[in-house]
Design a protein around this ligand. Sequence first.
Ligand SMILES: Cc1cc2nc3c(=O)[nH]c(=O)nc-3n(C[C@H](O)[C@H](O)[C@H](O)COP(=O)(O)OP(=O)(O)OC[C@H]3O[C@@H](n4cnc5c(N)ncnc54)[C@H](O)[C@@H]3O)c2cc1C
Length: 460
Amino acid sequence: MSAPSGHIIIVVGAGPAGMAVANMMAKAGHEVIVLNRDIKFGGLAEYGIFPNKLKLRGGLRKTYWEILDRPNVHYLGNVSVGQNKDVTVEELRMLGASAIVFATGAQGTKTIGVEGDSAKGVFHAKDVVYHFNQLPGFGDRPFDMGKHVAVIGVGDVMVDIAHWLIRYKKVERVTAIARRGPAERKYNPKEIRAICSNMDLEGLKKEFDRVRQRLEAVGQKPDDLFKGITDEFTKCEPTTSTTRISFRFLASPKRVLVDASNRVRALEIEETKLEPKGEDTAAVGLKQFYEFPVDSVVFAVGDRVDETVGLPYKGGVFVTNPNKTLNDPDDSLFQAYDEASGKIVEGVFLAGWARKASEGLVGVAKRDGEWCAEVVTRHLGTKSSRSQGTAEEILRKLHRILKERGAHAVDVKGLRTLESAEKEHNGPGDCIGEFKFSTNNDMLATIENRAGKSHASSTH
Ligand SMILES: Cc1cc2nc3c(=O)[nH]c(=O)nc-3n(C[C@H](O)[C@H](O)[C@H](O)COP(=O)(O)OP(=O)(O)OC[C@H]3O[C@@H](n4cnc5c(N)ncnc54)[C@H](O)[C@@H]3O)c2cc1C
């Protein structure tokens, strides 16, 4: 680590992007204060990545512990930043840190704005993913999926949702609905291995025949595409249910149709055709509609940022500086920008999915955090003074605000207590435990209880 710099950096969000920023800033000798909405660090690495990816999740966890164990990194979990939350952006800006980085991910929900999308049986992928990864607030909520589930979208998140439906819900059928065709599928071929044992190959063949002419009309070769898609169904993981997976291509959901109790009974779908659009294709509606019976619908069409954080926001994203710089990486892409005043929000930066919602895997978010750290370093180079006060002083002011709001922040010591309590439930040898406390109250009570006990034993 470099010599102490006198700069204090606040990082909001402890997912892959925020942790990468914290790592780089701490290595450069700055004091880093990490604030995180969830008690635990990791973001979607903890509460998004499919639970059985033990190696990936375990490795990330180990890396993040190493970052948080640095003496110049100060972690406060269970602290939400935003309007009507534990601390506001303005309050953070008044604390006197040299820079604040928002790496809060994409917490808002994106819908495609169809009628009936708030009916019973309509779900948003992120909520489902948070549910099966037991994020407090989601873990203990029922997700009643019925027998036939339509997942809107054909990316990796669709695969994860289908995987959960196969493995845990054991539904009869999952249909992935795509506005465009098989050539435009977005999932990673490696990911499909998790679900390809359950693929309805007969159904897939029929689906290709159904859309054959429309694919050929734009020069695509359905037989080659069929071979391409099915060639990826190798090394399929053994299945644990009889769930059938199918695709519905060139299908644009128009309405969610409900029964008398406002429960999903079908999707109204419009047939589409493909039209060339530069290098890519676009789906164009054919004004032919049909009903597709399903019991529930999961929208897996990406996310948007959470506008209640209180940063300048427009159309699903936080606004960044439109005035490009010649630097690489370009500073403007990471700088929060206030369109009303036409000025950058001095000292406030964005990284990861907070900057580009739903963009890429953990490695992409990490790299984004590292680029952001480079931009922050350039910013620090332009400042004539250091932070106003020491990390301890800034933390004291912060704790005062949190106390006023009745917030219960959890530090690294609390996290260690929690980790050992969860490990006991799992027994020895379980490298990444299945057991997680599913509510914040259970976590806080466990931490307090154990802290009380160790205090009692140390005073006897
Ligand atoms: C379903 C799903 C499965 C995935 N599977 C994989 C996979 O298998 N492999 C892979 O490499 N990538 C996977 N990814 C992608 C990967 O998870 C993301 O690329 C990465 O997590 C994005 O990192 P981030 O730090 O920008 O945001 P996030 O991971 O979302 O982290 C955001 C953090 O900010 C905190 N936060 C949010 N709002 C506030 C607030 N107001 N105040 C304070 N803190 C706040 C949250 O608590 C969270 O800790 C998956 C993503 C999803 C959605």
